[in-house]
Write a protein that binds this ligand. Structure first.
Ligand code: HEC
Length: 325
C-alpha cells in the first residue's frame, strides 16, 4: 500500500515538474498554468464563484475558519512541486467550490477533473493508474467525507498526495472548520453567482491572513502564525504578478516586511507582534496605491485580454524585419 502511494505520488510530482519545466515561456499569471488556452481565461481570471460560508457561532470558531480559509489559499500548505507550481486547495476548489475549467497537464483528464485523491479513495482501486475525477464543489450537502473523518482526510491529502508537511494542529482544525462552514445555502446571491477578482479583494485576503497570524501569535502558536504570514505573502504574490513595476515596488516592500517577521515569530521574539501590527497598518496605503493603478493592472479585463492575446502579428513581423543581421 505504502509502495503504491509512493509510486503514485512520484508520478504526480513528476507530471507537475514536467509541466513546470516545459513552460519555458512562463504565462503572465500562474493560474494560467491550469487554464487551457481554449477556455475563457479572461472571465476565469477576473471573476470567481461566490464564496458560500456559514457565519461562525463563536469568536473561537470564527478564528478557526479564518485560519482555514487562509491556509486553503496557500500553495505552501501543499508540498514540493505542487507548491512550486502555485497550486493551493483553492486552485481546484475555487472559493471552496469546483473549477470546471481546471486542466493541469498530467493531473487532469477532461477539464474540471484531477487525479489527486485517487490513492486515498482507492484502498481497493490503488493501481497506480491515472483516474482523474471531477473536482467536487465542497459546498454541496451530500458530501462523501463524514465530518469526523475530515481531519484524517485533509492530513492525508496534504501529506500523502502533495508531499506537504503535516500542518500545525490549529491549521488542520482551521481547514476542517472552514470545510464544515462551506455550505451552498450560505451563498449570498445563489450558488451560480460570481464575484469579481480584484486587487482590493486580494489585499483584503492578505489582511485577513495577517489578522489570523496576530491572533495565533497572541495565543502562543508560532507555527500557525508563521503559516498565516506565508498565506498573506501568497496573496501579495498574486497582486505582484498583476501590476506593473511602479506598483510592484510597494507590494514587494510589504512582502519584505512580512518576510522579516518570520524569524522573530519562529524565535518567539516579542518584537514579532509589533512587526506584524506594522505590516497590517501598511495595508490601507497600499490599497489606495493599487486602486489608483487598477486600470494598468491585469485585474482589468481589457488589459488582461490584450496580454493573453499577445502582441498583434503585424507588430512582431515589423520587429523581425527590423532586426539587424
Ligand atoms: C489538483 C486539484 C485539487 C487540489 C489542489 C485539492 N483538491 Fe480536493 N479534491 C479534488 C478532486 C478531484 C476530488 C475528488 C476526488 C474523488 O472523487 O476521488 C477532491 C475531493 C476533496 C474533498 C472530498 C469532497 C467529497 O465530497 O468527496 C475534500 C473535502 C477536499 N477535496 C478538500 C481539499 C482540500 C482541503 C485541499 C487542500 C489541502 C484540496 N482539496 C486540494 C481536487 C483537488
Amino acid at each position: 500500500m505504502a509502495g503504491i502511494l509512493r509510486r503514485r505520488r512520484a508520478a504526480v510530482l513528476l507530471a507537475l515538474s514536467l509541466a513546470t519545466a516545459s513552460n519555458a515561456a512562463e504565462p503572465p499569471l500562474r493560474a494560467m498554468r491550469w487554464l487551457p488556452a481554449n477556455s475563457d481565461r479572461v472571465a476565469l481570471l477576473t471573476r470567481a464563484p461566490a464564496e458560500c460560508l456559514t457565519p461562525a457561532a463563536t469568536p473561537a470558531q470564527a478564528l478557526a475558519i479564518e485560519i482555514g480559509r487562509a491556509a486553503f489559499r496557500t500553495p505552501l500548505l501543499l508540498g514540493g512541486q505542487a507548491a512550486r507550481a502555485g497550486l493551493s486547495c483553492d486552485s481546484c476548489h475555487q472559493s471552496g467550490r469546483g473549477n470546471p475549467a481546471f486542466a493541469f497537464p498530467g493531473i487532469s483528464g477532461a477539464p474540471g477533473t484531477a487525479d489527486v485523491t485517487a490513492a486515498l479513495f482507492s484502498r481497493r482501486r490503488g493501481d497506480g493508474i491515472a483516474n482523474p475525477r471531477p473536482i467536487p464543489d465542497l459546498t454541496v450537502d451530500a458530501r462523501r467525507i463524514a465530518p469526523a473523518a475530515l481531519p484524517a482526510f485533509v492530513t492525508g491529502q496534504i501529506v500523502e498526495e502533495f508531499d506537504g508537511a503535516a500542518p500545525p494542529p490549529a491549521v488542520l482544525a482551521g481547514l476542517v472548520a472552514y470545510l464544515n462552514a462551506l455550505d451552498a445555502r450560505a451563498c449570498p446571491d445563489g450558488p451560480a453567482a460570481t464575484t469579481p477578482i480584484t486587487a482590493a479583494a486580494t489585499l483584503a485576503d492578505a489582511g485577513r491572513a495577517i489578522t489570523a497570524a496576530r491572533a495565533a501569535l497572541a495565543a502562543g502558536d508560532a507555527a500557525t502564525a508563521a503559516l498565516m504570514v506565508l498565506a498573506a505573502r501568497a496573496q501579495l504574490g498574486r497582486l505582484d504578478e498583476r501590476f506593473p513595476a511602479a506598483q510592484q515596488r510597494p507590494i514587494r516592500a510589504a512582502d519584505s516586511a512580512l518576510a522579516a517577521t518570520l524569524p522573530a515569530i519562529r524565535a518567539r521574539d516579542a518584537r514579532a507582534a509589533t512587526r506584524l501590527a506594522a505590516g497590517q497598518a501598511a495595508i490601507p496605503a497600499l490599497a489606495r496605491k493599487l486602486a489608483a493603478a487598477r486600470r494598468r493592472s491585469l485585474y482589468d479585463p481589457a488589459r488582461l485580454a490584450a496580454v493573453i492575446a499577445g502582441p498583434p502579428p503585424a507588430a512582431s513581423a515589423v520587429t523581425t524585419a527590423r532586426q539587424p543581421k
